[in-house]
Ligand binder design. Structure first.
Ligand code: ADP
Ligand code: ADP
Length: 238
């Protein structure tokens, strides 16, 4: 589903590569946690996968698309196959849960007045279902700014899911949440992964979460893969 070949990223002015990957391939059944200390390249890696960062060299394939060699317009289309969740949620605080979820697929609208009016009944029904799937039915019309961190990330997940993605990417999606909440969010992601066969790739710095939920752990150090195997083989020494 995703393949990387000789991918490197070097930021302007740096004299080493922030990321340097020989070869990796991910399949649909993978629930991957990417581990590594701060600065290891985790975020750069995830950003390459969804095309937010163009590698300095190398090739990345998403299904049959070489996302490293397509135009910005095509990339935007390819990106719809990927849901993305973030550490700071990237929601619009003054809009409701429903409005935030709907903006996912259809993009940022120039005016948020009567935003709901811009969507078809079908779109709204679909959003309702997804909001219910993430356990937020009661909150659909609440403003996001009034929700807890865990609830905000559920909104983030619902927004990503509305696109019916084939891949779910997460850049430290639980790093600003307490351990109990983090584990609930991972349970939800795992459930979606299993139910929909969603290839999932998530950065975490909590080794225990990775051990509990991942089918495969990838550890990065100085931009390189230093471990890639099942959680049972992972030791914290790396
Ligand atoms: P992680 O997510 O594991 O903390 P990052 O991918 O953010 O790691 O960073 C990897 C390396 O690239 C670090 O040395 C970091 O300082 C550097 N880096 C990240 N983003 C940029 C940027 N936009 N410009 C220059 N250097 C960057
Ligand atoms: P969670 O509540 O899911 O554990 P956090 O750890 O981020 O998420 O939140 C800690 C507490 O702070 C929560 O109990 C929540 O009630 C409160 N809180 C978080 N964000 C807000 C907010 N924007 N407005 C009011 N209360 C908040």
């Amino acid at each position: 589903m995703i393949e990387l070949h000789d991918v490197s990223v070097r930021y302007p002015g740096a004299n080493t590569d922030a990321l340097s990957i020989k070869s990796l391939s991910f399949k649909q059944g993978d629930f991957i946690c990417v581990l590594g200390k701060s600065g290891a390249g985790k975020s750069t890696f995830i950003r390459c996968l969804n095309g937010l960062q163009r590698p300095s060299s190398g090739e990345i394939y998403l299904a049959d698309n070489q996302i490293t060699a397509i135009s910005t317009g095509e990339l935007r289309k390819a990106r719809r196959e990927m849901g993305m969740i973030f550490q700071h949620f990237n929601l619009i605080p003054r809009l409701t849960v429903m409005q935030n979820v709907l903006t996912g697929t259809f993009g940022y609208r120039s005016s948020f007045k009567n935003l709901i009016g811009w969507f078809s009944r079908d779109e709204i029904e679909q959003a309702k279902q997804i909001i219910s799937d993430v356990g937020l039915s009661e909150m659909a019309n609440r403003k996001v700014e009034n929700l807890s961190g865990g609830q905000k990330q559920r909104v983030g997940i619902a927004r990503a899911m509305l696109q019916q993605p084939k891949v779910m990417l997460g850049d430290e999606p639980v790093s600003s949440l307490d351990p109990g909440t983090s584990s609930h969010i991972f349970k939800l992601l795992k459930e979606l992964h299993l139910r929909l066969g969603l290839l999932t790739v998530i950065n975490v710095h909590d080794v225990e979460l990775a051990r509990r939920f991942a089918t495969r752990i990838i550890a990065l150090k100085d931009g390189k893969v230093i471990f890639d195997s099942i959680p049972e083989h992972f030791s914290t020494e790396a």
